[in-house]
Design a protein around this ligand. Sequence first.
Ligand SMILES: [Fe+2]
Length: 376
Amino acid sequence: MSTFTVCLNPLPKSSVCQVDFGTELSGLDLENLSDMDFGILHKALYENQVVVIKNQKSLSPHAQYELTRRFDPSAGIYSHGKSIDKRSVLHADLTTIPHQPQVQVIGSGSVDEYEGLVKLKLKHPHHKAFHKHPISAEDDAEFTHFYRWHIDSAMYNLDPPLITSLLAVQVPQGRRQTLCYDDGTNTELDVPLGTTAFFSGYRLYEMLTDEEKYFVRTSKIEYAPHPYIWMSKAKSRSNGLGIVSEGLELSMDGLPQFEDSKIKIYPMAWKNPVTGKLAMMVYPTCVRKIHLENGEVLDDLVEIRERLYSLQRRAIDPQFVYPHDWKEGDLVLFNNHGVMHSIVGSFKEDEVRVFRQCNMAASRPPMGPGDSLPAQ
Ligand SMILES: [Fe+2]
């Protein structure tokens, strides 16, 4: 058993912030976590969705993997499978640790050596490669966008990881950026450089009208096969919440071979396995169809995207977004079936950042509104 006292503390937030999730947990020895302490961590994660544990710089990749897997002991392979197709938009962003393939190195800049990898060139995804209307090059140091609101997931063949862990190994400090929504609202958010931003799918569901809730509770989303290849030519809205519809998605004939049985159809509302609450969890970038309660299938992409956007946009209003201010050694664990998140920001060449990400394709699909809670 831990010799420390485990403490839960609210995360630092701005005065306008109405974020109702996230906690800092201290007093856990993550390399030697007892079942009782893991129980505390598990409960904290599913009640708070985002858990920050400070001062974990020395956590080994193996310990990070073991900790992450403990939330889903039957899971084993990285969330995007053993290798990522070169045509996928994710291909450039991830470097696998050779001795722990479920753990990826992500970040920005040149690193001579890290965990058996040499001469690493890390590339932080920049919204200019993905957004229809990126921030201009002159303004790039000062202003930025949410890159892409997402759920960590292949969304084809493999189920979304239950949780993701992110460890900040090296973090350039001090610079902040102004995040512009550029979605017709003039909304801005002051963010730490390279923040990871989160919103709660539970809060989003709560904010829906009764009619919207009914639609979300009773409908299902069909995701595209090989979605990151399917949408690889399409461009994002400036607030990162889905694609601008220009007909740029690849045709089914243009995709690598796929099997219908591996296409993912998930509820729009995912149930928290501990609290039983419902979260609206829809990854708009990868959506291809909506299946209604009466069996009707909506496949007009323009209409579907508009409908989803009108539901989800309220969740990213600044008061509902938690932008984590990364410090070296921060380990963040999040409920990937309950919050959505986005990469943010653009680094200068000398601003080197090194992170480790770990998640594994889940051993089960997300729980829908009709599923009963597992025994705890
Ligand atoms: Fe992610």
